[in-house]
Design a protein around this ligand. Structure first.
Ligand SMILES: [Mn+2]
Length: 449
């Protein structure tokens, strides 16, 4: 191993050393990873790594503690585990946990065990919510294990991007890993719009993140725009000249400015792309593919494509295209479906799994910027709620996670999450009371009520 690759705290380095000796001492591993894009990314980095050393592995995806803990080989948990350290301590097998999630009720009671390694960046002064993800922790382990593993950079950083750690640029450990990958030639840079498709017309038809109101998915409008700018609709995005690129960019920026979308969101439609010279895949596209796989209950497909399965890659692409098409259809009608109270806006959405993303994209690119949005899905007995705010609201003191937690609990439901993105569940006959209370609380905080 290469020691002191990065400026990581000594006690963290010791944990990596212990992990590496476990990797060296065994030739079969159970990899258990989180059921989301960052989890797939972490699982991919470690699966690819152990495969290189002819070690056996079996990778599974979970979103809560496994009902049956596998026996017979050391277990490596990635992107999940910090909430279960007490139960993990009781597992007979050797266990390594690489998880960046912060656990509020601290785990200081967890003893140091000979055959367990718990790697949590928060224990070492590293902000796991911003500076390192499951994928990049796995990458750090892979390159610490063997300095030739830098080609894993694409897969690791995709996880960090999926966990929204690339917004405004990577920072901390993520940034160190990115810069080293660029230095070593395992990633390359280009700048451009964060839209992609077989042609420029196709990319705009499918642009849902970023979403351009009145343009995305509007064939006639797109044709007209491209004609006016004298851009061949069938041309590849990379091949149009700089001048035309600039004009197209300003036009898209304008479509968002008209909606009072904040500058930092508008700036995020264009930026640096990081491409792997090994397979031409870029971080931005890979993480979006992995997101689509996870959201369609196909994390295994995401892992397969990372392991180099071309068929899996095309299938994931199809799933993502289908998803983008549906999301655009939903975004197009979102404004008509929005209902408003004095201080909040909300909408009903049939598909539970879609409403969070829809609320998030709507809040970013489309909806009124002075009230948070709630997406509601009616289930058998409950209403499931996804709440999204803007950065600006959070800066004014709004904490949707705290509100969802407190207001739902008061009504016998439960909720929680982050300041900017949160969720709750309440019984159907409590939803009116929940919305009313939310409206009042938001009004108090944002002072518009
Ligand atoms: Mn994660």
């Amino acid at each position: 191993m290469e020691g002191n690759l990065f400026d990581i705290p000594g006690d963290l380095e010791k944990k990596f050393e212990k992990t590496i000796s476990i990797l060296d001492d065994h030739d079969r591993f159970r990899l258990i990873t989180h059921y989301d894009a960052d989890g797939i990314s972490a699982g991919a980095v470690l699966s690819r790594t152990v495969m290189k050393y002819q070690k056996g592995f079996h990778t599974t995806f979970i979103d809560s503690f496994p009902e049956k803990v596998p026996k017979g080989s050391p277990i490596i948990f990635t992107d999940i585990g910090n909430s279960y350290l007490d139960r993990i301590s009781e597992i007979e097998e050797t266990v390594i946990v690489l998880d960046h999630h912060e656990v509020r009720d601290n785990n200081s009671s967890i003893p140091d065990l000979e055959d367990k390694v718990f790697i949590n960046p928060h224990d070492h002064g590293i902000d796991g919510s911003q500076e390192v993800s499951g994928g990049t922790l796995a990458l750090l382990l892979a390159i610490t294990y063997d300095n030739t593993n830098w080609e894993e950079a694409l897969y690791g950083l995709a996880g960090a991007a999926a966990d929204k750690q690339a917004i405004g640029g990577f920072t901390g450990l993520n940034l160190q890993l990115l810069e080293a990958s660029l230095d070593k030639g395992h990633l390359e840079k280009r700048t451009g719009l964060f839209i992609d498709g077989e042609s420029i017309q196709n990319a705009l038809m499918k642009a849902c993140d970023p979403y351009f109101p009145g343009i995305s998915g509007e064939k006639k409008k797109i044709k007209k725009i491209l004609e006016d700018l004298e851009i061949d609709p069938d041309a590849k995005l990379e091949s149009i000249g700089l001048e035309k690129k600039r004009k197209l960019n300003s036009l898209l920026v304008l479509s968002l400015l008209k909606r009072d979308i904040p500058v930092d969101v508008i700036e995020s439609i264009y930026g640096t792309h990081y491409i792997s010279p090994h397979d031409g895949l870029e971080v931005d596209i890979l993480y979006k593919l992995l997101n689509s796989c996870a959201r369609n209950d196909r994390p295994g497909l995401g892992l397969s494509l990372c392991l180099g399965d071309n068929k899996a890659f095309y299938e994931a692409k199809e799933i993502r295209d289908r998803y983008r098409k549906q999301m655009i259809e939903n975004l197009k009608t979102l404004e008509e479906r929005i209902e408003k109270k004095e201080n909040i806006q909300y909408f009903y959405e049939e598909k539970k799994t879609r409403k969070g993303e829809l609320a998030g994209l709507g809040m970013l690119y489309l909806l009124e910027q002075d009230m948070p949005v709630l997406g509601l899905t009616e289930l058998d007995e409950d209403v499931d709620i996804s709440a999204r705010a803007t950065k600006n609201m959070v800066e004014q003191g709004l904490d949707m996670g705290e509100l969802c937690d407190r207001l739902a609990e008061r009504l016998g439901g439960d909720g929680g999450g982050h300041d900017i993105a949160a969720g709750a569940t309440v019984e159907k006959d409590k939803i009116d009371a929940f919305l009313k209370a939310m409206d009042e609380e938001v009004g108090k905080l944002l002072g518009s009520g």
